[in-house]
Ligand binder design. Structure first.
Ligand code: PLP
Length: 427
């Protein structure tokens, strides 16, 4: 979280009376806005960067670099030509990387569904036959991870996020004696929503932690591995190798996708893990599918050419979205800096800014914003079961709207944060 700066003179601050803030809010409402900062979607301008994909591979082009006719059945592992590119980018051996369909969330769901139905390598029985299966969810976190657990009847236990990733001591304390805890979510790079990056030290601690469950898993969701917003392009810790070194070779399953690289609805998703886990995953997948959409995979391989092609493409994304993140954090600093009622992250990558407001007011901020025509992600969304115990975290997603709208929306959000804080203080 940032150290707030002094408020700009003239803008309504907490020092303004409740009446002044109510007037500022009425002015905001009178603008009749219809703005949306709810979901982390790429903007149309970002999608346009990949428009050439729509003409690839092109009529008559249907053979990959290894001579496979991509139009036909088969190739459960996905096209080697594309896997080679992403193995380099994700820092994993190509033989341990699968290229699949369009959504990594599906691969995460399937991993846990297979575990529930069949168990994973090292399980004594299918997880579905355990009385209780529990899962560690670092908070704030990604709401859809929590939905996967909820859908499969997996109970969620929280640990706090730190600027260096999940609190590894809290994880160690939970898993040491409790065999019902079967694993945890980790978003290692530019986490959703707080933008934190798991350091090598925290990665090492998580993959080495002694766990009572013999089949403890870390679902390492590296959704934002390549999504830098500054020149400081972090390299994600190599959790799969670190886990093997620590004597837990099957602990980590890594996921990634091109959802926010090419098309969010028509990209390619990836899974990487130990040889045993990959074989296990493929065994169950082979009953479900004869092979992935290799035409789309070839299209992506041709579009990028090589790993540097992906890196260059990501820099074009950065040019479009970094100014939107700058707009968010500079307006927050101008309007809320020095008021003591808010702090926020300044992410170096990813898709979100996390804003902390006065405890007990996050849902009120969302309500006020909604009534002023600004849609925010529901308060509580970054927590299991949608419940933020302190009602203080808001997730801001600035990539989708045009920058002018981001500015107007953030100015409005700041007014709502101040009004909610003043109402709370006046109670
Ligand atoms: N993982 C995280 C942390 C995300 O924030 C998102 C999307 O917002 C996803 C996964 C979804 O990825 P995919 O589109 O590959 O299913």
């Amino acid at each position: 979280m940032t150290t707030p700066e002094p408020a700009a003179p003239g803008s309504p601050s907490l020092a303004s009376s409740l009446d002044d803030l109510r007037r500022a809010y009425a002015d905001l409402q009178s603008l009749g806005l219809r703005l949306d900062l709810t979901r982390g979607k790429p903007s149309a301008e970002q999608l346009d960067l990949s428009e050439a994909l729509l003409a690839l591979p092109g009529e008559g082009v249907h053979t990959d670099a290894d001579g496979t006719d991509v139009r036909n059945y088969g190739g459960l592992d996905g096209l080697p030509q594309l896997r080679r590119i992403f193995a380099e980018l994700l820092g994993v051996p190509v033989e341990q990387l699968l290229a699949a369909g369009n959504a990594s969330l599906t691969l995460m769901y399937d991993t846990l569904a297979y575990a529930t139905l069949f168990g994973v390598p090292g399980s004594e029985r299918p997880w579905g036959r355990e009385e209780t299966v529990r899962w560690i969810c670092p908070v704030p976190g990604y709401d859809r991870h929590f939905s996967v657990c909820e859908a499969l009847g997996i109970e969620m236990v929280t640990v706090p996020m730190t600027p260096d990733g999940p609190d590894a001591d809290a994880v160690a304390g939970l898993v040491a004696d409790d065999p019902t805890i079967k694993g945890m979510w980790v978003v290692p790079t530019y986490a959703n929503p707080d933008g934190s990056v798991v350091t090598e030290e925290v990665a090492r601690a998580l993959v080495s932690v002694p766990a009572a469950a013999p089949d403890f898993r870390i679902l390492w969701d590296n959704a934002y591995a390549l999504h830098h917003l500054t020149d400081d392009e972090v390299t994600s810790a190599d959790a799969i190798s670190l886990a093997a070194e620590a004597g837990h070779p099957d602990r980590v399953v890594l996921y990634a996708s091109t959802s926010k690289i090419t098309f969010a609805g028509a990209g390619v998703a990836f899974l990487a893990s130990s040889p045993a886990n990959v074989a296990w995953y493929k065994k169950h997948l082979s009953a479900q599918s004869i092979g992935p959409d290799k035409v789309n995979q070839l299209r992506h391989a041709l579009f990028f050419g090589d790993a540097d092609g992906v890196r260059a493409h990501m820099r074009k994304h950065r040019e479009i979205i970094a100014p939107k993140f700058d707009a968010v954090t500079s307006i927050l600093a101008e309007r809320l800096g020095g008021t003591g009622v808010a702090s926020w992250t300044e992410p170096k990558g990813g898709y979100f800014v996390s804003l902390e407001v006065v405890p007990g007011t996050a849902s009120r901020v969302v309500e006020l914003a909604k009534a002023a025509g600004i849609a925010l992600t529901p308060a509580g969304a970054p927590f299991p079961y949608g419940k933020d115990p302190e009602d203080k975290v808001l997730r801001l997603a600035p990539t989708l709207p045009p920058i002018e709208e981001v500015r107007v929306a953030m100015d409005g959000v700041a007014t709502c944060v101040l009004l909610a804080a003043a109402e709370h203080a006046a109670r």
